[in-house]
Write a protein that binds this ligand. Structure first.
Ligand code: PLP
Length: 376
């Protein structure tokens, strides 16, 4: 059996949730916009799912939820509908969904400003705030960094941003935080992106949470679904499965947080310190342990581990198509090329067992020792 420790890339779908949602692929296949009672029943079920998914992180009186096709779409929707003038501020080391959207903003004539990162991958808040002025229309800071697991205190950052410019719209990419950190959104956060497949949901479903009083213009035009904000026939099965999976994640959120914190420490304790250095700080998300086997190539270690039955990542799966060899995130944290080249990301899920942690660390030590031996 493969040991799967690349859960920040995607998680195995929650099969219990798939089973519960299966009825929406079979009997309950109706279009939720249809006027007959079968269609109306679908709309009602989506309404309940929407309300549950939102209630886990935000107050339903102040926030609302728009279904999207993925975290990337949610990020794009936020960026391109609000960063239209003046300058837009983000940080180095954001996920490519934000990084590349900001690159496109520049093409569209919006000035882009980026704050540097601290060594652990969190945002240097003081420098971020110094970039905000009266012309700032949009600010985006991710909640949990998908490579290092660093947590940004987005509620505090949003408050400080609003103090400098109350008209600036604050967005956070919460894809690696939703269902994992017991945090609730405060009113200064205008927009928050989430994705189903990082917490046992399916690929192809996401959400954009918005402050209720914020007017969100559409990004995809069409039949007017999602109150006109996001057209396209709803992915009823994906939405229902997401809601069932999230319900289980949130029921166990604190227990998982504590258990995975101890697993992450255990994994680290078992590793050969002559080879590995730790990038993730202790107060990072317990779901991610970022390491570097300096002097070795992370990508080679990934393949060697794969052959031995362990699946891990090297930084972001979404950057594997990028042309740059070295992790953009680790470079922004101030690491040299050699450290960035040796990057490995171990990421856990609620399904990870202690045996997998122990066996995974053993495999990683063994392949790294072998590779190092060959190189000496
Ligand atoms: N943002 C972050 C921080 C991520 O980790 C990911 C996942 O790769 C995304 C956005 C993109 O989400 P999706 O795969 O749903 O488009």
């Amino acid at each position: 059996m493969m040991i799967y420790l690349d859960n920040a890339a995607t998680t195995k779908p929650n099969l219990q949730a798939v089973e519960r949602a299966r009825v929406y692929l079979t009997d309950n296949f109706y279009n939720p916009s249809a006027l007959y009672k079968e269609g109306f029943a679908m709309q009602n079920d989506i309404k309940k799912a929407r309300s549950a998914l939102l209630s886990f992180v935000a107050n339903e009186r102040e926030f609302e939820w728009v279904f999207t096709s993925c975290g990337t779409e949610s990020d794009n929707h936020a960026v391109f509908t609000f960063a239209k003038r003046g300058n837009a501020v983000t940080a180095e080391g954001e996920h490519s969904a934000i990084e590349n959207s900001f690159k496109e903003l520049q093409n569209r004539g919006v000035e882009v400003r980026k704050a540097p990162l601290e060594k652990d991958g969190s945002v240097n808040v003081e420098k971020l705030l110094s970039l905000i002025d009266e012309k700032t229309s949009f600010v985006s800071v991710m909640h949990v960094n998908n490579e290092t697991g660093a947590i940004n205190d987005i509620n505090a950052i949003a408050k400080a941003v609003k103090q400098k410019n109350p008209r600036a719209i604050f967005h956070s990419d919460g894809v690696q935080a939703y269902g994992k950190l017991p945090v609730r959104l405060e009113k200064e956060v205008d927009l928050y992106s989430v994705s189903a497949h990082k917490i046992g949901g399916l690929k192809g479903v996401g959400g954009l949470i918005k402050r209720k009083s914020l007017v969100l213009s559409p990004y995809i035009y069409g039949g007017g679904q999602e109150q006109g904000r996001r057209s396209g026939t709803e992915n009823t099965f994906g939405i229902m499965q997401f809601a069932f999976a999230a319900e289980q994640k949130y029921a166990a959120i604190s227990a998982d947080f504590a258990r995975l914190s101890s697993y992450r420490e255990k994994f680290w304790e078992l590793l050969d310190r002559d080879i590995f250095t730790r990038i993730s700080s202790e107060n990072a998300s317990p779901y991610i342990l970022c390491l570097s086997a300096k002097g070795l190539r992370g990508e080679i270690l990934l393949h060697l581990a794969n052959d031995e039955g362990l699946i891990i990542g090297t930084g972001s799966a979404c950057s594997s198509n990028a042309k740059t060899r070295y992790s953009r995130v680790l470079k922004a944290c101030g690491y040299d090329n050699e450290t960035a080249d040796g990057e490995l990301r171990i990421s856990f899920s609620s399904e990870t067992t202690e045996e997998e942690v122990e066996r995974g660390a053993q495999i990683l030590n063994a392949v790294a020792r072998k590779l190092k031996g060959k190189m000496n």
